[in-house]
Design a protein around this ligand. Structure first.
Ligand code: AMP
Length: 333
């Protein structure tokens, strides 16, 4: 659909409009945002746009997974009014030079440091979508926690009249946060990736059960667990997972893949400033690479004894969680 077509459809809508911006290849995480938007508003618009300006030159823009027909089918099933799928040419016409940029630590650190220009691309495309769609509410996943905060800042800076609604992370049963990029993972890489939710489970345990307030202790424990990703991750979360390592071994494979950690951050939940002492709600943010695939994940932690946020869900199923407290792996696994 063209931008003009989108504007025309929007003009006909009365009552509130919810927007869910996505890059497509939809999964249950995206659909949870869509369903919430449907509950809150008589009209829902979902944009699907793989935004070239938020990818670095060596990133996966070209190979990013796309399946427009399937996405449209899913959105139809959810009762969405419009699936807005603009072309790159329409979003970025020749001579385009209208960047929306948020300055300061919230964009410079973490993802901003590892992906220069990423947030400038994100805020630019979201600002454009807001101008075209004029939503009353826009829905963003806590999965991209820093992005959510950057967008809040953009909306404040530019006085955009839209309510930003944050939504919890949707996970696979074994704890892996859903992501369109998970499709890139080999079986071994996917197993190794489970070190992320397990490390976050450990962080929650240390802060919320053990009462640890020294952020450095949490960073070190998380780093160690992810660093030991190959072994830890290939422990079975459920008995059937035993089959995979056995199969790999049978094929005479060399080392299973490890995660390469980009960062572990323990920061103020609102400002994302790095904390020394966890004396308020904090975000534990992780970024790591499994082979060529970059993964991010995070959890909120609150100091022991402080009220736990209502939407704080378990990260890993109970079988997997017990592994954190069980003895180290034996060599015959
Ligand atoms: P993307 O298509 O990856 O750009 O994601 C579009 C929106 O869906 C963003 O607001 C994401 O934060 C959100 N999202 C992606 N994965 C998840 C997930 N596992 N749980 C909740 N929201 C998600």
């Amino acid at each position: 659909m063209s931008v003009a077509g989108m504007r025309a459809d929007r003009k006909r809508m009365t009552g509130s409009v919810g927007l869910v911006p996505t890059m497509g290849y939809l999964h249950e995480g995206h659909l949870s945002l869509v369903r919430r938007a449907r509950e809150d508003n008589p009209h829902v618009i979902v944009s699907i746009f793989v935004n070239p300006t938020q990818f670095g030159p060596n990133e996966d823009f070209e190979r990013y997974p796309r399946d427009e027909q399937r996405d449209r089918g899913l959105l139809e099933g959810e009762g969405v009014d419009v699936a807005f799928v603009p072309s790159v040419e329409e979003m970025y016409p020749p001579g385009f030079d209208e960047w929306a940029e948020v300055q300061g630590p919230v964009t410079e650190r973490l993802e901003g440091r590892h992906r220069p220009g990423h947030f400038r691309g994100v805020t630019t495309v979201v600002a454009r979508l807001f101008r075209i769609v004029r939503p009353h509410r826009a829905y963003f996943g806590q999965k991209d926690a820093q992005q959510l905060r950057v967008i809040r800042r953009m909306v404040e800076d530019q006085h955009v009249d839209v309510e930003i609604v944050p939504m919890p992370i949707v996970r696979e049963p074994d704890g892996l946060a859903m992501s369109s990029r998970n499709v890139y993972l080999s079986t071994d890489e996917r197993a190794a990736a489970l070190a992320l939710p397990r490390a976050l489970t450990l962080a929650r345990h240390l802060v919320m059960d053990e009462g640890i307030t020294d952020a450095e202790i949490v960073r070190a424990a998380v780093t160690e667990l992810v660093g030991a990703g190959a072994e830890t991750a290939l422990l079975p979360a459920r008995p059937e997972a035993l089959v995979e390592p056995a199969l790999s071994a049978g094929k005479g494979r060399a080392e299973p893949p490890r995660l390469a950690l980009d960062y572990v951050s323990v920061s103020d939940e609102q400002t994302l400033e790095e904390l020394d002492i966890i004396d308020r709600p904090a975000l534990v943010l992780l970024a790591a690479r499994a082979g060529a695939t970059r993964l991010i994940d995070n959890t909120i932690v609150v100091p022991k004894g402080e009220p736990v946020p209502e939407d704080l869900q378990p990260l890993v199923d109970s079988d997997a969680a017990t592994l954190l407290t069980s003895s180290p792996p034996t060599s015959d696994l």
